[in-house]
Design a protein around this ligand. Structure first.
Ligand SMILES: NC(=O)c1ccc[n+]([C@@H]2O[C@H](COP(=O)([O-])OP(=O)(O)OC[C@H]3O[C@@H](n4cnc5c(N)ncnc54)[C@H](O)[C@@H]3O)[C@@H](O)[C@H]2O)c1
Length: 441
């Protein structure tokens, strides 16, 4: 496993849990040291338990575990039959396009260690056309190795389950005489999920790459669609959560991903839709994806609207007001703060003079690293004490389960902004709170 971040570390642990012998390589010494001592360098439910279980030779995943070790020495990949590339593909600075330097470097340095017949398997999310280009390079540097594109669909917060029981496995393999033999190696690696019912699709390279970006674009569009409806609901005095319930009952639409609120963030959806637009432009097909610009714009508008709504509730100014921000992670059950809507809102309010205190069960260390000027508080009660307004921006159960009376006894003024539409307005209003949310009267 080359690259042991949110994707690679989970994939490494799960593959070992399924009985394979795995070596995880990363250039980050701190990450490697943490993983080697069975302590994941990030929060992902079930991951530490899985790492510890494998170290103890356990049976997570249904099979006797294989071996698992982590190293910074890429030479240790020699002898493996399958090499997964899981390095990052962030947005390029000042551009929409993906930065492929880590993928290119990983492939170039791995090539020297590949033996004839080895598979090198791309899992990172890349612009369509990348696999074909990498395969051409590989043809020169390691002609007897074979490249597969096997995009990853895991969700942070559910990564272990998603890796052990994926909805589908997509193998991007060129249509040549070795295709079946290559697929057979992947089938062996994924024997347990396949036996458990995961669907398996074999496609060419560009289709496999597009499956990932198309899926993320669809999800982002669904979220922005309901958030656009929230804007209309606000203008018309309607309730977007009731609207979502009603349209979601149509099984052609479905209720999932129709939760209006502060919108999406994280290390994937925002950069993936932007990279997709950039790539479409390069291919001369930019018109096909102009709608994604609107999807992105609707999403970013939610953050601005949230700040406006909070200011409205605070009688027009944040000056001298303590604002308790509940949530720093981009979503619950994760400590990932990349492009976090909650932190974006917190920073805007602080810039407008608010005395902002951010609390989160898992993400404070990462948040402090990204936004060192914000004030953080680990203890939820302390964060709430004396607040003039409470903003629920990441729907951790610790926050969604708050009791209006007990919370009311801590704050100075009973004002709550429900950035994720997860509270019951009537209950909070009955306890004397001013309750406001995006897309609700
Ligand atoms: N995080 C997710 O939920 C998720 C889901 C599906 C797909 N993806 C995709 O997977 C890829 C990785 O995402 P992530 O969230 O795990 O990123 P991440 O930043 O958490 O991890 C990337 C890791 O790669 C390491 N790395 C960089 N260059 C390296 C090299 N040459 N050799 C070895 N290690 C190297 C980094 O040190 C880092 O630990 C991205 O393309 C992302 O879009 C992520």
């Amino acid at each position: 496993m080359i690259g042991c971040g949110y994707l690679g570390a989970v994939h490494a642990a799960c593959m070992a849990g399924l009985g394979h012998d795995v070596v995880g390589v990363d250039v980050d010494e701190g990450k490697v040291a943490a993983l080697q001592s069975a302590a994941a360098p990030f929060y992902e439910p079930g991951l530490n338990e899985l790492l510890a279980d494998i170290q103890a030779g356990g049976t997570s995943g249904g099979a006797t575990s294989g071996s698992l070790r982590f190293t910074t020495d890429l030479g240790q990949i020699a002898g493996a039959r399958a090499h997964f590339v899981c390095v990052g593909t962030p947005q390029r600075r000042g551009e929409n396009a993906a930065d492929l330097r880590y993928v290119d470097a990983a492939f170039a340095s791995a090539a020297a260690h590949l033996a004839p017949g080895d598979l090198i398997i791309g899992k990172s999310t890349v612009p369509v056309g990348t696999a074909r280009r990498l395969a051409e390079d590989l043809h020169r540097t390691a002609p007897e190795a074979r490249l597969v594109w096997n995009p990853e669909f895991l969700r942070e917060g559910h990564a272990v389950t998603d890796t052990l029981h994926p909805d589908r496995l997509v193998y991007g393999i060129p249509d040549d005489p070795d295709r079946d033999a290559t697929a057979a190696v992947l089938d062996e690696i994924y024997a347990a999920p396949l036996a458990g019912g995961s669907a398996r699709l074999i496609t060419d390279y560009p289709t496999a790459e597009l499956v990932k970006t198309a899926a993320n674009s669809f999800l982002a569009t669904k979220i922005s669609f309901i958030n656009a409806m929230a804007e209309l609901c606000e203008a018309a005095g309607a309730d977007v959560t009731e609207l979502a319930d009603a349209i979601g009952l149509d099984d052609r639409i479905g209720r999932k991903f129709l939760n209006a609120g502060l919108g999406f963030g994280g290390g994937c959806l925002p950069k993936d839709i932007r990279a997709f637009m950039a790539r479409a432009g390069e291919l001369g097909a930019d018109q096909a994806l102009t709608f994604l610009r609107e999807v992105d714009a609707i999403n970013m508008r939610r953050r601005i609207r949230m700040v406006e709504l909070a200011r409205e509730v605070c009688d027009g100014s944040f000056l001298g007001q303590k604002i308790a921000v509940l949530g720093a992670a981009f979503k619950p059950e994760s400590d990932d703060v990349r492009d976090s809507p909650a932190l974006n809102v917190a920073a805007q309010i602080q810039l407008q003079g608010g005395n902002v205190v951010v609390t989160d069960p898992k993400a404070l260390a990462n948040a402090e690293h990204r936004f060192p000027d914000l004030q953080y508080e680990e203890d939820l009660e302390t964060a709430l004490t004396g607040a003039d307004a409470v903003l629920l921006l990441t729907e951790w159960t610790q926050f969604t389960g708050l009791d209006p009376e007990a919370t009311g006894a801590l704050v100075r003024t009973r004002r709550i902004l429900d950035g994720r539409n997860v509270l019951t307005p009537a209950t909070w209003r009955a306890a004397g709170w001013t309750y406001r949310a995006l897309g609700r009267p």
